[in-house]
Design a protein around this ligand. Structure first.
Ligand code: SF4
Length: 738
């Protein structure tokens, strides 16, 4: 076997390209034995298992990934990674990867083509589409983290405003509320907190390794952890108190907390007087939202609500309701108001910009890369109506409404779509409806594997190189957990690409060159890296060597942002935290959060009716990791595909643990096995968001478990455009589908 020194493969690509195929043809036992002898090398990069993008070191032997470990400096990992991080590295060798450019032929089958042919045909078709229908008929649809910098040059050049992310299927209700009321988002300072509420927030399920370290450290130091969730989630395992709330009623719980804090004068009056706008208006609107009122709605005893409010106040400002993420923030018709009330309760505790309360992210100051070849044409209104008066005016236009793409196509607003690093057929409700994305004149899927969106909708699949096979621009290490100093990290190539794949910038350059727009991407990645790093004082060489660097500038301070004259200086119209959102009022909606009933509720007299809720498991990143054979071993071990049902409700229906049941909504009916447990509220049943794959090219994920999105119609939450993915009632009957 060839001996490879660290990085030597990058200098000898011809040799390594040949060597790369050798280990794949060996048995694993032979490979392992041979590799034990190898010296190998390790390269720092970042994980791609979830949006935390933890820093990792990847050890390579014989040009094959040997093992992965957490980067000791990186804020999210601090030397540790989760199971998904290991699984994602192994997925480089997954048979489900697309191994070269593909074209759908007249028989509705995919055939391999060259990159040159793909660029030429796609370039010609896109040019034709733009000539005929205008640039605004083009849509870029992506997960939302990495592609925008390469989407923008094309969108700007052709005059398209249609950049859409997956966020409406995930957390837009939160970001919309925070943008309108605070002008930024803050993170819980878990490590220094004395009292933390995780409401619909499973920090140990959507795991951030070092975030969990901080939480457990706080607990060891005496902090109290309270989990409000219909399901006893993984974070509940370390909680002092689990309060199983009736799903869909968190808004009422938060309104009642505010009621206690205000009526008992336990709120921080100095903070409210100095930094809050519209307090009196809020109180006028919500004077009647007492704990007794909330008990009727939430099922939580009024005394328990009072106890939580008192504990929050007693520990403030080192106490908070965790700002949260996916859970609660795309689930209900009242998700935006629930997020608003999280802000209100935290503001009443006076915990903004306080240690142990809510703190800002420490963000690096990157330089801006500018390119002479870029230009911007006038753009039309967004096809999804986000931010458009008379349509979805209050939805953040920067994020869009991902679940309505088939509608945009049906209305003739979108004719061509590039779908990058995103699988809407698994992420958005009603997969059968999402399949209509295929009706666009041109659909190009730029994804790693044979995911459902590629298989069912794409005219062309252009496989991007795997995250361990490519280098990207520097990233800010930011969000969700508190830290004092900014960090920057770099995802960099660890091995040669296994297959005929390319990085995104190169793909875009190939297509646009055929469109006569070759100037758009006529620059190098090194140009971008250099420009971005310029103000940080970190050289590209240092970042490549270290992988993650902590800066000693821009230290986060525990002080409310003030302008030089001393008045509050948040990015809101008054500079203060605004309890009433201007944008919502401007659209004729309520600016002040108050009670809104969930859209649907199970009939209390019908024992077989439940709200269907879903969530993450610590060993999966929703569906993204569900084709990984190693992680699926964990699924099997923990019976992860089973649906959770409350014991008493199961008894009434004659259902026992392990039984097969039929679950049906207005959309579909499916068979699933049941886990009967006390650890879930009787009004709901729960399934994991990982399963129910229907691409037969992804062998491990195919037909494993049930997809929660099958049960949900496409809906648009009126304030933030989210999917309202838990506004669905299902019936459960013992036995399989008849
Ligand atoms: S939390 Fe796990 S999956 Fe996510 S980036 Fe970190 S190691 Fe990877």
């Amino acid at each position: 076997m060839p001996k490879m020194k660290r990085r030597s493969f990058l200098k000898a690509s011809a040799v390594t390209a040949a060597a790369a195929s050798v280990p794949l043809k060996m048995s694993f036992a032979d490979y392992k034995e041979a590799a034990e002898e190898e010296e190998g090398y390790k390269i720092p990069t970042t994980c791609n298992g979830c949006s935390s993008m933890c820093g990792v070191y990847v050890h390579v032997k014989n040009d094959r990934v040997w093992r992965v470990e957490g980067h000791p400096v990186h804020l999210k990992s601090r030397g540790r990674i989760c199971a998904r991080g290991h699984g994602m590295a192994a997925d480089m060798y997954n048979k489900g990867r697309v191994q070269g450019p593909m074209k759908r032929n007249a028989n509705d089958e995919f055939e391999p083509i060259s990159w040159e042919q793909a660029y030429k045909e796609i370039g010609e078709k896109l040019t034709e589409t733009i000539d005929e229908h205008g640039g605004n008929s083009f849509l870029w649809l992506e997960h939302g983290v990495r592609g925008q910098r390469y989407a923008n040059p094309l969108l700007d050049k052709i005059g398209s405003s249609n950049y859409v992310t997956h966020y409406s299927t995930c957390f837009s209700s939160k970001t919309n509320a925070w943008a309108e009321m605070v002008g930024t988002t803050l993170n819980g300072d878990h490590e220094n907190a004395k009292y933390m509420i995780f409401e619909g927030r499973n920090f140990a399920g959507a795991i951030i390794p070092h975030g969990m370290n901080q939480i457990t450290k706080a607990k060891e130091n005496g902090a109290k952890i309270v989990v409000i969730d219909p399901k006893h989630s993984e974070i509940a395992k370390i909680a002092d108190d689990w309060i199983p709330i009736k799903p869909g009623t968190d808004l009422a719980f938060r309104l009642a907390l505010a009621h206690v804090l205000i009526t008992e004068e336990k709120y921080d009056k100095d903070f409210v007087n100095g930094y809050v706008e519209n307090f009196a208006e809020f109180w006028r609107e919500n004077k009647d939202k007492s704990p007794e009122w909330a008990e009727e709605i939430t099922g939580i005893p009024a005394e328990k609500i009072r106890e939580v409010a008192h504990d929050l106040a007693a520990n403030a400002p080192e106490a908070f309701i965790e700002p949260g993420w996916h859970g609660l923030h795309c689930h209900y018709v009242n998700s935006t108001q629930t997020a608003q009330m999280g802000i209100v309760v935290n503001a009443l505790l006076g915990n903004f910009y306080k240690r142990g309360g809510l703190m800002p992210s420490a963000d690096p100051e990157f330089g801006t890369f500018e390119h002479d070849g870029w230009s911007e044409e006038e753009k039309g209104p967004r096809a999804d109506g986000a931010g458009v008066a008379g349509e979805h005016y209050t939805v953040e236009a920067s994020r869009g409404i991902a679940q309505t793409v088939p509608d945009m196509i049906e209305k003739g607003r979108i004719k061509a779509a590039f779908i990058y690093h995103f699988n809407p057929l698994r992420t958005a409700p009603d997969p059968e409806y999402q399949k209509k994305i295929k009706n666009a004149d041109l659909v190009v899927s730029i994804n790693i594997d044979w995911n459902e969106t590629s298989v069912y909708t794409a005219d062309y699949i252009l496989p991007e190189s795997y995250y361990l096979e490519r280098t990207e621009v520097p990233q800010a290490v930011s969000g969700h957990i508190s830290h004092d100093y900014p960090q920057i990290s770099l995802r960099q190539q660890v091995t040669e690409p296994l297959h005929d794949t390319k990085p995104l910038r190169e793909i875009m350059q190939g297509i646009t060159t055929e469109m006569g727009m070759g100037e758009l991407y006529d620059y190098s990645l090194d140009d971008e890296i250099e420009a971005m790093l310029e103000p940080t004082g970190v050289s590209a060489e240092e970042l490549k060597e270290k992988g993650t660097v902590e800066l000693q500038t821009n230290k986060v301070e525990a002080s409310f942002p003030l302008c030089p004259a001393g008045s509050p200086n948040l990015a809101t119209s008054t500079g203060k935290i605004e309890f009433s959102a201007d944008k919502f009022r401007a659209d004729g909606k309520a600016g002040i959060p108050t009670w809104i009933e969930p859209k649907v509720m199970p009939d209390p007299s019908a024992d077989d009716e439940f709200r269907l809720i879903h969530g993450k498991q610590p060993y999966h990143s929703h569906h993204v990791t569900s084709n990984n054979p190693d992680l699926i071993k964990l699924t099997k071990k923990y019976n992860g595909t089973a649906m959770w049902m409350n014991t008493k409700k199961a008894q009434k229906l004659g259902i026992n643990d392990g039984d097969i049941v039929t679950v049906s909504s207005d959309m579909t009916e499916k068979e699933i096995d049941v886990k009967v447990t006390e650890l879930i509220h009787p009004d709901c049943v729960w399934i994991s968001s990982a399963y129910g794959g229907f691409s037969d090219r992804l062998e491990t994920a195919y037909n494993l478990g049930v997809n929660y999105n099958d049960f949900i119609p496409v809906m648009v939450e009126p304030y933030s455009g989210t999917t309202m993915s838990q506004e669905v009632i299902v019936k459960v009957a013992k036995g399989g589908v008849s």
